[in-house]
Design a protein around this ligand. Structure first.
Ligand code: ATP
Ligand code: MG
Length: 387
């Protein structure tokens, strides 16, 4: 098939040659039905994890007890999962035990939505026991089997429904949506890392506002970390990447970046990026110094959210016209401090360089070593350069 990669074809053929049933499954099959190129190709097989490992030279055990092995082929990583059946989730966090089964049908039955519960075999035959293709045609998200039971088994599926609204623009079938509302409170038991992963994908979707509307309509927000208030959603229209989504999430729930990071277990890098945006959102006047300190992407996003008067081309021009674009362009560095101002020590060195940087950006002095020295002597020497 034209969507197959070299790696996926190799893994598939190898499994079949060894006498194991194997099919393409999951998001890849859904994407093919949508006419999209699948991002990552998942394979499901009747072979056990040990049997999979025995067949391939390079594998990573990412959760053998759940039946998932990653097979490395060239640069590719293929997820190969043993057919398994649904098991109970008594703590709503992870399955208590996984039962490997030999039937594909059993495996498809435990999947979340009909559009994700289809398979394609090596001959190109579609296996679609729950009418996934029909629902894709109708652009609806529908739970496999009894929606109530499926959300009780794993409440993350409630959030996944919302994130698929965001990425696909589908609507949620009414019985499924009713069950989401009914079981909303189960969200409070979920491991926040799992929610965070789905949110990252949700924030990347083209239909984010639509998804958030459903999130609030179904009352899911009452059971998410630090997210009790209802919010205005319009500015989410501008979100293009997850970090921007998190910024607005923090802003509209009036959370500091540290609070948001703690509640959703964001990384230090994410927290710092969010803090920058939140500061920029507060700035009233965009001086050359502000324009210098932030990237064009940051400026353009905040400009749209705050409906600022600067046009995009004005901002680009403001940025281009800055005397320097970064510290590296400065005609004065740490070595110059040592040479010309040996008495400037410790944290005064950083302070001095920062003041020079600022003065150059604001055109109080031109970016020229001699002139900078003159400027320092006149303005900061006594404060920072005498012991
Ligand atoms: P994406 O293209 O965004 O990765 P996906 O459908 O592949 O979407 P994954 O999280 O990668 O989503 O999951 C792969 C497949 O595993 C899904 O298509 C679905 O069949 C099944 N699945 C994932 N999470 C669950 C869950 N919580 N409950 C039931 N089935 C699930
Ligand atoms: Mg996937």
């Amino acid at each position: 098939f034209k969507w197959e990669t070299e790696g996926s074809r190799f893994v598939m053929e190898r499994l079949l040659e060894a006498g194991h049933e194997a099919v393409y499954v999951g998001g890849a099959v859904r994407d093919i039905a949508l006419g999209l190129t699948p991002k990552d190709i998942d394979i499901a097989t009747a072979a056990t994890p040990e049997e999979i490992e025995a067949l391939f030279r390079r594998t990573i055990d990412v959760g053998k007890e759940h039946g998932t092995i990653i097979v490395l082929v060239g640069e590719e990583q293929l997820e190969v999962t043993t057919y398994r059946s649904e098991s109970t989730y008594s703590d709503y966090r992870r399955p208590d035990k996984v039962t490997f089964v030999r039937s594909l049908h059993e495996d498809l039955k435990r999947r979340d939505f009909t559009m994700n519960a289809m398979a394609i075999n090596h001959e190109g035959r579609w296996i679609d026991p729950f009418n996934g293709l029909f629902h894709i045609e109708k652009r609806t998200i529908q739970a496999v089997g009894q929606a109530d039971e499926r959300f009780e088994e794993d409440a993350l599926r409630i959030i996944r429904a919302v994130r698929f609204v965001s990425t696909l623009g589908f609507t949620i079938e009414s019985e499924t949506q009713r069950a989401m509302k009914k079981h909303a409170s189960l969200l409070s038991h979920l491991a926040v890392e799992r929610i965070k992963q789905e949110f990252d994908k949700m924030f990347r979707g083209d239909y984010l506002v639509q998804a958030l509307r459903i999130l609030y309509e179904t009352g899911l927000h009452h059971y998410l970390p630090e997210t009790k208030e209802e919010i205005t959603l319009e500015s989410f229209e501008y979100v293009e990447q997850p970090i921007e989504g998190w910024v607005l999430w923090a802003q509209c729930h009036q959370l500091a970046s540290t609070e948001l990071a703690r509640a959703y277990k964001l990384s230090k890098k994410e927290r710092e990026a969010i803090a920058r945006y939140l500061t920029l959102l507060q700035e009233q006047e965009w001086t050359p110094w502000i324009v210098y300190c932030y990237s064009l992407d940051e400026l353009l996003f905040v400009r749209r959210v705050n409906a600022r008067c600067e046009t995009e081309s004005e901002l680009r021009q403001m940025k281009e016209r800055l005397p320097i674009q970064s510290k590296r362009d400065l005609a004065f560095d740490g070595r110059d401090v040592k040479q010309y101002y040996p008495n400037c020590r410790g944290k005064n060195i950083g302070q001095l360089l920062e003041e020079i940087e600022r003065a150059v950006v604001l055109q109080k002095v031109s970016n020229d070593t001699e002139e900078i020295i003159e400027w320092v002597n006149e303005h900061v020497y006594e404060r920072l350069c005498i012991k």
